[in-house]
Design a protein around this ligand. Structure first.
Ligand code: ADP
Ligand code: MG
Length: 240
């Protein structure tokens, strides 16, 4: 594998004796934008949550930068996750929402302020720092949620359907914004969606999942022009 990338080897997951992820092998090159796409229930979130350390791996190994992280706590993995439900603290200002995780990790106040400023400049939310989440639009809330990941300066960003609560127009502009973030930050990003258009436009590498298995992994072009089977052809080829 690429020395600084991520590698999943034989990753399996069972819930109560029922296996839902059936042995995933996958290389994720450092700095890549990798999209997990597939129908609802195929295991996208479970896979992402295992990478994040929010869900235990039943069998197999996850290595980040050559280090086996399978048994490490989420905070020890150098990853940050952005959720579909923004999970902002309603009683805190945007500034405090952004800095909260760092404060819990005992980062110094000056360092927190510097990182909050840098992240809010990148996301163009500098003018919103004194507001509360209730005073923000859906798109602004999603920016704050992404900002909370950026301030942690992770090696890898994980996104679980971050745009699915937004209306169609906002989804397109946030998608462009996330592509820009990837260009500017250069981090590895793993992005989960059931939206073929999002997958095709954002990914360097698309991983098409069905029933807990990889049907095909490749560049958007490979998957589109040379689908491995009729499922991939139907899923990626079908207009929304
Ligand atoms: P996706 O994100 O692709 O919609 P999920 O990863 O959420 O799919 O779910 C994959 C499968 O695992 C589904 O069959 C789902 O019902 C099951 N599953 C997910 N989480 C749990 C859980 N905590 N307990 C039992 N089954 C679960
Ligand atoms: Mg999901």
């Amino acid at each position: 594998m690429t020395k600084n990338g991520m590698r999943l080897t034989g990753v399996r997951k069972s819930f109560g004796g029922l296996e839902v992820i059936h042995g995933i092998d996958l290389d994720i090159p450092e700095g890549a934008f990798v999209v997990f796409v597939g129908p609802s229930g195929c295991g996208k979130s479970t896979l992402l949550r295992m990478i994040a350390g929010l869900e235990e791996v039943t069998d197999g190994e996850i290595a980040i930068k050559g280090r086996d992280v399978t048994d490490l706590d989420p905070s020890e993995r150098g990853i940050a996750m952005v959720f579909q439900s923004y999970a902002l603290y309603p009683h805190m200002s945007v500034r405090d929402n952004l800095g909260f995780g760092l404060k819990m990790a005992r980062t110094g106040a000056a360092e927190i302020e510097a990182r909050v400023r840098a992240a809010s400049a990148i996301l163009k939310i500098d003018h919103l720092l004194d507001r509360r989440p209730g005073q923000l639009s859906g798109g602004q809330r999603q920016r704050v949620a992404i900002g909370r990941a950026i301030v942690r300066e992770p090696d890898v960003f994980l996104f679980d359907e971050p745009l699915s609560n937004l209306d169609a127009e906002l989804r397109v502009s946030m998608r462009i914004e996330i592509a820009r973030l990837h260009r500017e930050l250069g981090n590895t990003m793993i992005y989960v969606t059931h939206d073929q258009t999002e997958a095709m436009t954002l990914a360097d590498k698309i991983v098409v999942l069905k029933d807990g298995r990889i049907e095909q992994a490749g560049s958007p072009r490979e998957v589109y022009e040379d689908p491995a089977n009729s499922f991939v052809a139907g899923f990626i080829g079908s207009p929304r």
